[in-house]
Ligand binder design. Sequence first.
Ligand SMILES: Cc1cc2nc3c(=O)[nH]c(=O)nc-3n(C[C@H](O)[C@H](O)[C@H](O)COP(=O)(O)OP(=O)(O)OC[C@H]3O[C@@H](n4cnc5c(N)ncnc54)[C@H](O)[C@@H]3O)c2cc1C
Length: 129
Amino acid sequence: MTTIIIGGVAAGMSVAAKLRREAKDETIIVLEKTDVISYGACGLPYYVSQENPDITNMNIRSVKQMRDSGIDVRIFHEVTQLDPFNKTIHGVNPEGTFSLKYDRCVIASGASPIVPKLSSKNKRKKSSH
Ligand SMILES: Cc1cc2nc3c(=O)[nH]c(=O)nc-3n(C[C@H](O)[C@H](O)[C@H](O)COP(=O)(O)OP(=O)(O)OC[C@H]3O[C@@H](n4cnc5c(N)ncnc54)[C@H](O)[C@@H]3O)c2cc1C
C-alpha cells in the first residue's frame, strides 16, 4: 500500500507521522514543493520582529529526521496534476517531470487567503457626537 501526501507542513507531516506509527508496512511518500517541511508558522511574527533571529528555531523536524523514521520525503517536488481515475500524480521537480502511482492520496497543500467582498452597507456609521 502506498500513500502519497501532498504538502509537508502541519497537516501533511501529522498524517505521515501517525501513519508511520500505525501502518508499519505502508510506503509513505511526502511531496513538498519547497525545501522546508514541518515548521511552526506561529513562530513567524517572532522572526519578523527579530525576537527570535534564528529562523531554524521554527523547524520541528528536519527532512533527514523524517527520512530516518521511514517517511520518503521528497522536497522540490511540486504536484501539478492529480488523476484520481488512474490513481496517478504528476508533477515537476528540478530534474524535470515525474509521475507516481498511489493507493491513497492525502491533499495537505494548505490554503490561500482571500479578501472578502464586504458591502459598504456593513461599515459602521460615524458617530455624530
Ligand atoms: C503568522 C502565522 C501565525 C500562526 N499562528 C498559529 C497559532 O498560534 N496556532 C495555530 O494553531 N495556528 C497558527 N497558524 C496557522 C497554522 O500555521 C496553519 O494552520 C498551518 O500551517 C496549516 O498547515 P497545513 O499543513 O494545512 O498548510 P501549510 O502550512 O500551508 O502547508 C502546506 C504545504 O503544502 C505545500 N504545497 C502546496 N501546494 C503544493 C503542491 N502543488 N505540490 C507540493 N507541495 C505543495 C506548501 O509548499 C506548504 O509547505 C499561524 C499561521 C501564520 C501564517
